[in-house]
Write a protein that binds this ligand. Structure first.
Ligand SMILES: [Ca+2]
Length: 371
């Protein structure tokens, strides 16, 4: 489908032009709190104050980039027509999971008729303090269909859906495994700029391994804690835009009035029409304060963690990696299929790692910052 470049062209390129505006007026090192960094050691601040606003999010990105002598934006040439853009996410502390107030709302709303899922049985508690001790780069957008095509062509990779009886797609009345369905044929029209979907956890992990080999970087799926911290970008509210789902118009492509026309009047939908019944081109909606697009909505994103409903009660406080094993892997962000409750920053989903529904995609992180 795409002309694939030789492997040697998979380079890591600083996004110098895009930095010009962001770098102006960058504050002096440690212009906020905390002791000065040790001389000669590249050490980034682990920010304790939380929540924080959009301006502070950018200030921390700039300060962290300066301390580590890296650009806060990276472009990875991943072999397709479109490079992958990644943004620097500073280290810091946050409260993971739902607040007691949010859990009350969740319990009330999910008890109503027509609300999708089993979210009355919340797995988002207890809310607990987590510190991510290391900055990381996160892809600004989910991996696109064009980018996945470049991987599949280069590696000869076949997805779980292609190797088995197909992917799980919406057949007009229910989710069903359909022979021949895959990221190439998810059951609706896509361009190369749409997120790759019908992707299993196995497929997403294989992409990360491939990209890590090609770039020499530590490429991975985000941990669940990295994902939620990055999604919140300092916001303690239920949604990146606040506590009410109705404030989210323009922020995400989820189950809206456009989706309702296709899915029918079966459950709850967002009140507005976002223009897309299924996936949308990545990066089309509003970014959060870190510059991340499509965190809620568009494609639900695989995390590296195994799922354990009780994990929050026993999670390490620093850099949790999830349970050592399990039957299900975690998904975050809900995707185009997400009803209002599924777009919340704390909302969790999980399923067996070989499944690839037509709203399952992924984005990558780089856990090493220096070239
Ligand atoms: Ca939509």
């Amino acid at each position: 489908m795409l002309a694939i470049r030789p492997l040697s062209l998979l380079l890591i390129l600083p996004l110098a032009l895009a930095l010009q505006a962001a770098d102006k007026g960058a504050p002096a090192t440690n212009a906020g709190a905390g002791p000065a960094s040790p001389p000669a050691a590249k050490s980034a601040e682990v920010y304790a104050a939380w929540p924080f606003d959009a301006r502070e999010a950018v200030r921390r990105q700039d300060e962290t980039a300066k301390a580590l002598d890296v650009h806060k934006l990276l472009l990875l040439n991943v072999g397709g027509k479109t490079a992958m853009k990644l943004v620097l996410v500073p280290a810091g502390r946050f409260l993971m999971g739902s607040s007691p107030k949010e859990l009350e709302i969740l319990k009330r709303e999910s008890g109503k008729a027509g609300v999708l899922g089993d979210q009355a049985q919340s797995d988002e508690d207890p809310q607990h303090e987590i510190t991510l001790t290391k900055p990381f780069f996160m892809a600004a957008c989910p991996v696109t269909r064009g980018q996945f095509a470049a991987f599949a062509a280069d590696d000869g990779y076949q997805t779980d859906a292609e190797k088995s009886a197909g992917a799980v797609v919406w057949d007009g009345s229910a989710w069903d495994k359909v022979a021949g369905a895959s990221w190439k044929k998810p059951g609706f029209e896509q361009t190369d700029d749409h997120p790759a979907v019908c992707i299993s956890h196995n497929d997403a992990a294989a992409y990360c391994a491939w990209l890590g080999t090609k770039t020499g970087r530590t490429v991975a799926l985000p941990t669940e804690a990295q994902w939620e911290y990055a999604c919140r970008a300092g916001a303690a509210t239920a949604y990146p835009w606040g506590d009410a789902p109705d404030g989210g118009k323009g922020w995400c492509n989820a189950a809206d009035q456009a989706a309702k026309k296709v899915m029918g009047d079966r459950w709850s939908y967002l009140a507005w029409d976002d223009g897309f019944a299924h996936t949308s081109p990545v990066g089309k909606f509003k970014p959060n304060a870190f510059g991340l697009y499509d965190m809620p909505g568009n494609a639900s994103q695989w995390c590296s963690d195994w799922y354990d409903r009780g994990y929050y009660a026993k999670s390490p406080k620093a850099d949790p990696q999830g349970p050592a094993d399990g039957a299900h892997r975690v998904l975050r962000g809900g995707g185009w299929f997400a009803p209002p409750l599924g777009c919340r920053s704390a909302a969790r989903d999980r399923i067996m790692p070989e499944y690839g529904f037509s709203y399952f995609g992924f984005r990558v992180v780089l856990n090493d910052l220096e070239k």
